[in-house]
Design a binder for this molecule. Structure first.
Ligand SMILES: O=C(O)CCC(=O)C(=O)O
Ligand SMILES: [Fe+2]
Length: 357
């Protein structure tokens, strides 16, 4: 099936490289880093790869590979562990002060929980929301190496139900298919595929608008508000994408490069001789087949040590803090009354956020 174009963004009149979907708090900034910075990040990834205690041979990997810097994420507390910190390489640290402060009403702290991921062609990440309570609102994701389409849709009842499955209770982790669940910070809404009970496939939630946003190399995606708390995002595991030509037009107009040889040349056969403009089978849409190439991303989050386990978002269905609270209340409802008064647990604390310093 061909990719589904996103709703048209608002283009910043002062900078056409900044595209915003204001209603859902999503921003895409093109050419956020230079090609030289991109090359340094890729070299940094491979240098670190050899230092890893369990080096994963990248060339042969079919799965997404992650590296973590800054504070490690701990699913037993649903927060970052203050005592587990991996120094941040210079090529990453130097980018942090350049990140846009997209929430002027909130205090800004540099991200301190960083995940670099390499996606070989054919790999992806299941639809998920990043853990609400552990991190500040703004999530940043820098793409490099090659382009990839990221799928977005509002979270639906099936996502909320899956978040409540036993494997995702208090200490369990389904880290969006991550090979390192204990240090990943994403909560998979749908880690398993279609079940015999007729549940829609993980990527689909019937009747909810689903669309794909092409993320070119060197672009920065910023999620806040509804896109951060109430939407799921993911990357389908595929070796090629069927991309509607009209989806590429805004990128071409801006002169954004790195969408693949076929996509950049427009109609006609690509350099690889594999692809040309054709009509999609399921519509009259002109599409190009774009082969995936190795793609890297750097996800940047800011740990909320002050508000561990609490969240006041407008999406309780997808909120780890609310789910934990529900589960605790359920357990209490079932527990026999013994007349004792137990001290409050951290999640019993009042839900007001302490002032940030
Ligand atoms: O690869 C990306 O751009 C995003 C990865 C992601 O969503 C995550 O690690 O939570
Ligand atoms: Fe994510």
């Amino acid at each position: 099936m061909a990719l589904r174009p996103p709703p048209p963004p608002t283009i910043d009149p002062a900078n056409p490289r900044v595209w915003r979907w204001e209603d859902i708090g999503l921003t895409l900034i093109h050419d956020f880093i230079t090609e030289a910075e991109e090359a340094a990040l890729i070299a940094g990834f491979h240098a670190h790869e050899h230092k890893s205690p369990k080096p994963q041979p990248l060339a042969h990997s079919k799965k997404r590979i992650s590296q973590h810097f800054g504070y490690s994420f701990d699913y037993t507390t649903f927060s970052a562990a203050p005592d587990r910190y991996t120094p941040i390489p210079d090529c990453i640290a130097s980018l942090l002060p350049r990140l846009p402060q997209v929430l002027p009403e909130k205090p800004f702290r540099l991200p301190d929980q960083l995940t670099v991921q390499y996606y070989p062609p054919g790999s992806g990440i299941p639809p998920h929301v990043d853990t609400h309570s552990a991190f500040g609102e703004a999530l940043y994701s820098l793409s490099y190496g090659s382009a990839v389409p990221m799928q977005f849709r509002p979270a639906g009842p099936n996502d909320a139900r899956k978040m409540r499955l036993p494997k995702r209770s208090l200490t369990a982790s389904t880290a969006a298919g991550s090979p390192e669940p204990s240090s990943s910070a994403s909560a998979s809404a749908s880690a398993s595929s279609s079940s015999s009970s007729g549940t829609p496939k993980p990527e689909e939630e019937e009747d909810l608008p689903t669309w794909d946003l092409m993320l070119p190399p060197r672009s920065l995606l910023v999620m806040t508000g509804p896109s951060r708390y109430g939407y799921v995002h993911g990357i389908r595991a595929r070796k090629t994408d069927l991309v509607p030509v009209r989806m590429l037009e805004p990128y071409r107009r801006l002169g954004v490069s790195g969408l693949g040889p076929v996509a950049e040349e427009g109609s006609g056969a690509g350099k690889d001789g594999l692809s040309k403009t054709e009509l999609a089978e399921d519509s009259d849409e002109a599409v190009v087949t774009v082969p995936r190439r190795g793609r890297y991303s750097l996800t940047m989050r800011t740990v909320e040590f002050d508000t561990i386990g609490r969240c006041e978002c407008a999406y309780p269905g997808m909120c780890d803090a609310r789910i934990r609270q529900e589960q605790l209340e359920e357990q209490r409802g079932k527990a026999p009354m013994n007349g004792q008064c137990e001290p409050p647990t951290p999640s019993d604390a009042p839900a007001t956020k302490p002032a940030m310093t």
